[in-house]
Design a protein around this ligand. Structure first.
Ligand SMILES: *Cc1c(COP(=O)(O)O)cnc(C)c1O
Length: 216
């Protein structure tokens, strides 16, 4: 099942777009099944769950972190991930930078833009993001690779489209500023990823369509 779901997504995914399999709340056996089918990039949203799963799974998996990250949990996450997609505050960005410097590592991150969704206040405003990428505000040890966003949770395609258009415009504006290594736009989930592709996604984060419903 998982293999077929992956294949049907990959068939429709333009080359150059990374499929991030969101495995949160799903068992290690499900991740193994996706791995055997060839999937290598997975994302988790809770530090505890990530650090429990990592040692049980192959070493060549690239893990992304996509959940709210508290600064006292950095040690549980940063050693294991190739990308933190959900940097949503200056406080967190600076804490990641301090960890990176202390551990002589470079941490790749995306800045999360707060989109329309009322249910979450998570994420930066556009102004805050422009200030971070354009400012003198240096964050050593951190490479800002792009933007992440979650569209409003609605059936109304026009609203989702507006959200994606807004993050796409900001992404291109920052690209035009010549910010080095800024090349990733992570938008699109199970319900809206084809639309995200049309808005220039370079990464889609898909859970339910691959693994089925999550059991909370
Ligand atoms: C859970 C989650 C996803 C995946 O959601 P699905 O609708 O199951 O594809 C994507 N992005 C983030 C940030 C998530 O928390």
């Amino acid at each position: 099942m998982i293999q077929e779901h992956l294949q049907s997504i990959l068939k429709k995914l333009p080359s150059g777009v990374t499929l991030v399999a969101v495995s949160k709340f799903h068992p290690v056996s499900a991740i193994q099944e996706a791995y055997v089918a060839g999937q290598r990039v997975f994302a988790e949203s809770r530090p505890q769950e990530l650090s429990a799963k990592v040692p049980l799974l192959p070493k060549d998996i690239q893990w992304h972190f996509i959940g709210h990250l508290q600064t006292n949990k950095l040690k549980m996450v940063l050693p294991f991930v190739s990308l933190v997609q959900s940097v949503d505050s200056l406080h967190l960005l600076e804490a990641i930078s301090a960890w990176a410097v202390a551990n002589q590592r470079t941490v790749d991150v995306l800045l999360e833009l707060h989109l329309g969704a009322e249910e979450t206040k998570q994420g930066f405003t556009e102004e805050e993001i422009l200030e971070i990428v354009g400012g003198e505000n240096r964050v050593p040890g951190v490479r800002i690779r792009g933007l992440m966003g979650m569209a409003t949770n609605t059936e109304d395609v026009r609203i989702i489209e507006q959200d994606f258009a807004r993050i796409e415009a900001l992404f291109h504006r920052i690209r035009a500023m010549g910010v080095p290594d800024f090349d990733q736009l992570s938008i699109g989930m199970s319900g809206d990823w084809p639309l995200a592709i049309r808005h220039g996604a370079t990464m889609v984060r898909i859970g339910t369509v691959i693994f089925g419903p999550r059991e909370y």
